[in-house]
Ligand binder design. Structure first.
Ligand code: FES
Ligand code: FES
Length: 173
């Protein structure tokens, strides 16, 4: 038997959700139709999570949810109830950039920077799953993240450098 998962609330009603973002629990009432990207930006103030297309194509809104990269414009906030989420704001520690951020900086892997938070979070997931990816694996891993500026080569170089840095630091993601 197929069970219906339809939310039994109207568009004007609100649903209480709890999410843990960058190690901190937040509890808020949200409209059932609100997208996770808008919840993170507008309700919680994590403005690194960019809106590029709102249709799942550009990857600017990428975050890590329960250990997996997701395009947060493709997830409803209510679907994230109880989830653990990591955004770019959660990477730097004690005023020091994360090695992936350092690598993007050192390889000049950005111009306007609009795609960068999503690129970095997708890189985080890629290197978590495959700490020493080949160039082809990097390009395939970032295929869902679009950049209008860089031509991608410096981004690929940054991912290689990030992999090297994490290995040297013996740092797991
Ligand atoms: S804003 Fe989510 S994929 Fe473009
Ligand atoms: S740096 Fe401008 S879109 Fe990527």
């Amino acid at each position: 038997m197929v069970m219906s998962t339809t939310l039994k609330v109207g568009p004007e009603e609100r649903v209480r959700i709890r999410v843990r973002v960058n190690g901190v629990w937040y509890e808020r009432d949200v409209e059932p139709r609100k997208l996770l990207v808008h919840f993170l930006r507008e309700d919680l103030g994590f403005t690194s999570v960019h809106v590029g297309c709102d249709t799942g194509h550009c990857g600017a809104c990428t975050v890590i949810m329960n250990g997996v990269s997701v395009k947060s414009c493709q997830v409803l906030a209510v679907q994230a109830d109880g989830a653990e989420i990591l955004t770019l704001e959660g990477l730097a520690k004690d005023g020091k950039l994360h090695p992936i951020q350092e690598a993007f900086w050192e390889k000049h892997a950005l111009q306007c920077g609009y795609c960068t938070p999503g690129m970095i979070m997708e890189t985080y997931f890629l290197l978590k799953e495959n700490p020493e990816p080949s160039e082809e694996e990097i390009r395939r891993g970032l295929a869902g993240n679009l950049c209008r500026c860089t031509g991608y080569q410096n981004i690929v170089d940054a991912v290689k450098l990030a992999s090297q840095k994490l290995k040297e630091l013996k740092m797991t993601l």
